[in-house]
Design a protein around this ligand. Structure first.
Ligand code: SER
Ligand code: ZN
Length: 501
């Protein structure tokens, strides 16, 4: 591992865009061959860096001509001078999924081939600009003896021992997935609001086939909820979920082929607790919701991780509140925040939801990025109100569909949809620490009530002095009998101390 620090300020747009990607896999437990054909087009220009790790390069061509390349330990640099404006890169590599114990790239879990590419696992499959701001449509041909062989998108052709998949939606490499093994499907269908008939499958091992019903039911409710609450429809003919025993993360939102840790899919009344059911419902929803918040609109770079994760956690929490008892769910979510995120923010690893430096991105899948990221979205919704929140989200999907975005893009749609200046609010994304809110109230006995709010954020290792945040505070007044005296409204604390009468 290198310990080179990667800085947000050093971001440069990609040197080249990709028009299309075709991959061919010849599956073998220890000698899988991967052939890639990638159409590159000059963008910013300059040398083209192809990331690649633990790959054995067999051959490489540019526009059909064999070329000599000397990979270093982390990839290949193609010199700008040697590259036409537009060209086809072809490579054949060999990889060893059977010996891959990192659970990144292509590996074998209990005899089944499976992949994990977020954040930087695709570079263990082939040479590629493995960064989220390079998006392309993929076609994938898989050859092998496995009874089920899956990839992203829709299946377009198959024969004995091979199958071809096409994903029409441009995506970054971290959303690539391949699964192959002896699996059975628990199947169902869903008709979208505009009438698209979608086939749904949950693939598991034979003994688990009776444990998929709750996950399937959760999936259908998630699809419906996203249509009703966010106007987001599913966009392929097929949605596949696969349960895998060895999986680094809880689950992964690969386009059209979500891969789950089996503990978050399988449940039967004999073995599962209420908490297991709730966990399945919320993670199924989370990964499904990523189809729009993560996949159709993705992140420009990994500093922006909370753009997809904070928003998607906020969406899965809102779904949970609609499916269950909202106040109980909210209390549980806050308990998780206080148990996991507050200590993180108060300790040596404190970082903002949008950090500005990292050494290893895998260490930033944190409670701050996920749970605090979700709270910040909820605060934004509180600040602008539900109608303007929905208008801003509509604008976000309209404006940024098919793009790789930043927190600045996200806040800009709220500024444009509401006419507000959110520069102070942005501190929630860029500055670490947990503000403490103080409240003092005074009633003059005659009809005037004054609420004085103050805020203070303790220092964090990266920042000694904290500027005041914009904190929306919802306030209502009740009579002693519990009936409403003053309707709930949102006060905006912007200074260290402020009084509201
Ligand atoms: N992107 C994955 C998720 O949040 C990784 O954990 O669902
Ligand atoms: Zn997620």
């Amino acid at each position: 591992m290198t310990d080179r620090k990667i800085l947000l300020d050093d971001y440069l747009p990609p040197s080249h865009d990709i028009e299309e990607v075709a991959l061919e896999f010849d599956l073998h437990p220890n000698k899988t061959r991967v052939r890639s054909r990638i159409v590159f087009k000059r963008a910013r220009g300059g040398d083209l860096r192809l990331d690649g790790k633990e790959l054995t390069l067999i051959s490489a061509r540019i526009d059909g001509q064999p070329i000599e390349v000397n990979p270093d330990k982390e990839g290949i640099t193609l010199r700008a001078d040697d590259l036409p404006e537009r060209f086809v890169w072809e490579a054949e590599v060999e990889i060893d999924p059977g010996s891959n114990t990192s659970l990144e790239g292509l590996y074998i879990s209990n005899g089944m081939y499976c992949t994990q590419c977020e954040a930087e696992g695709f570079r263990k499959i082939t040479y590629y600009p493995d960064r989220p701001d390079v998006m392309a449509p993929f076609s994938v041909r898989i050859s092998g003896d496995e009874p089920v062989m899956l990839s992203n998108g829709n299946p377009v052709a198959r024969g004995k021992g091979w199958v071809e998949w096409q994903d029409p939606w441009p995506k970054p490499s971290y959303l690539f997935a391949l699964v192959a093994g002896d699996l059975l499907a628990h199947s169902d269908r869903f008709t979208t609001a505009s009438g698209r008939d979608v086939e749904l499958n949950i693939y598991v091992r034979k003994p688990d086939i009776d444990k998929c019903a709750y996950a399937m039911d959760s999936l259908k409710r998630s699809m419906k909820w996203d249509e009703e609450e966010y106007g987001r429809e599913y966009d392929l003919d097929l949605f596949n979920i696969v349960a895998v025993d060895d999986f680094n993360m809880g689950a992964m939102e690969n386009k059209g082929l979500n891969i789950f840790n089996s503990s978050l899919v399988l449940a039967s009344p004999q073995t599962a607790t209420d908490q297991n059911y709730e966990g399945i419902e919320s993670v199924i929803a989370h990964e499904y919701f990523h189809n729009w918040t993560g996949n159709r609109v993705t992140c420009r770079d990994w500093f922006q991780l909370c753009l997809k994760e904070g928003l998607t956690v906020f969406r899965d929490q809102s779904f949970g509140m609609d499916m269950r008892e909202p106040n109980v769910n909210r209390i549980k979510d806050v308990m998780v925040l206080r148990a996991a995120q507050f200590p993180e923010d108060a300790g040596p690893l404190a970082h903002p939801p949008r950090p500005n430096a990292y050494v290893e991105i895998n260490n930033f899948y944190t409670a701050t990025v996920y749970e605090k990221g979700a709270e910040v979205v909820g605060m934004l919704r509180r600040l602008v109100g539900p109608a303007q929140y929905r208008a801003a989200l509509d604008l976000y999907f309209d404006r940024h569909d098919g793009q790789a975005c930043t927190i600045e893009d996200w806040l800009q749609v709220f500024e444009d949809a509401t006419g507000r200046d959110l520069s102070q609010f942005k501190l929630w994304y860029t500055s670490a620490g947990t503000p403490e809110l103080g409240v003092a109230e005074a009633w003059d006995g005659k009809g005037s009530y004054t609420l004085t709010l103050n805020q203070k954020t303790p220092p964090t290792p990266d920042e000694a002095e904290k500027a005041p945040r914009l904190i929306p505070v919802a306030v209502g007044l009740l009579y002693p009998d519990g009936s409403e005296a003053v309707e709930t409204r949102v006060l905006e604390l912007t200074k260290p101390v402020e009084s509201f009468r």
